[in-house]
Design a protein around this ligand. Sequence first.
Ligand SMILES: [Zn+2]
Length: 462
Amino acid sequence: MSDLVSIFLHLLLFKLVAPVTFRHHHYDDLVRMLYKVHNECPHITRVYSIGRSVKGRHLYVLEFSDYPGIHEPLEPEVKYVGNMHGNEALGRELLLQLSEFLCEEFRNRNPRIVRLVEDTRIHIMPSMNPDGYEVAAAAQERDVSGYLVGRNNANGVDLNRNFPDLNTYIYYNEKNGGPNHHLPLPDNWKSQVEPETQAVIQWIRSFNFVLSANLHGGAVVANYPYDKSLEHRVRGFRRTANTPTPDDKLFQKLAKVYSYAHGWMHQGWNCGDYFPDGITNGASWYSLSKGMQDFNYLHTNCFEITLELSCDKFPLQGELQREWLGNREALIQFLEQVHQGIKGMVRDENYNNLADAVISVSGINHDVTSGAHGDYFRLLLPGTYTVTATAPGFDPETVSVTVGPAEPKLVDFQLKRSTPQAAPKRRIPSSGHRGRVLAEKVQPRAARKKETMMKQPQRGPA
Ligand SMILES: [Zn+2]
């Protein structure tokens, strides 16, 4: 009898957590699915909207965390963004599957998923372009699917060509010196971007994201920054060349983690193209300006890659299950990659948390900063590094750190205030001298650099 009861309860439970069916989800259906997962796992999820599309559809995010809605210091934030191109539908469906999977496995006390959710704050946005999706889905149903129908938003704009171009700045700075991180936005940036792009920019500025992937279709490859080629077009030809970031080795590893955990991406031959190891530098494939992954790297602490997941941008429903099984392990392993390198707190002598402190790693010309809670995260491959923390008004602190392959190494900094009189002035670390003469030199040097930049018509910011 008790066996029967137990079987009945098991069946009931199974029914309650029955998986998202393998079919395409229109907007209303997608919203229902997000709330269904939230209702199944209310204690570890939260649904929120980051804004609206041109046609007023919400850009919903499903968050997974042991404390939804709260940033816990030293717990990294990671995100997935799907369906930025409305006609690239697989990412949208995979992210719904992933949401259901995380919820279900957490409830089943799968130790790997419990650990992931307890140690990571995961943000999942299945669709960045819900308007484009509806156009693409309608075309699919009428069987008049053009290759590009529904790609753009409702204003006809390609959202992956719509972010402010910060590459021009960084290529100048990489060559001539200048800031290597958190490059500023143009003053009028809001008037230059679409509502979806603006919502995403405000989102990624308000969370201290560390790692991200942006899901696309039309090829099968993991694509890493930079997307924009350093070289100029030559006589109408689009000349592209490998354009690595200062974090190239790390980005290659992140891309390979996905491609090798994926069912077939790593094999390289897919959709008539060949990519060794199933990965590519964006610019060496084809150059694109104003893309989202470069923007994440150049304006925030977030390392984003672009995942091209299917030859067919809008796969048939019958293929969704196979695609989910081919991507499931890769989607989980990629999230786990946020737990590597170094992380820690930056504080002053009185244990006050210091936000926006700069963490520099010697030999890698790309700094990261501490978040609003004073915690920082620096993804690094295994190795020994010299790491320096700096903050205005404080003496820099430098340590040597050896990073292993598994856990992130905890490295806290406690910065001492510079001598009180000198605090408001900027110091020159390499010089033993202080005082008026050198302090004055600091400003003109910075100003001169800016001036030179403006004079370069080709290279300077537009
Ligand atoms: Zn795309």
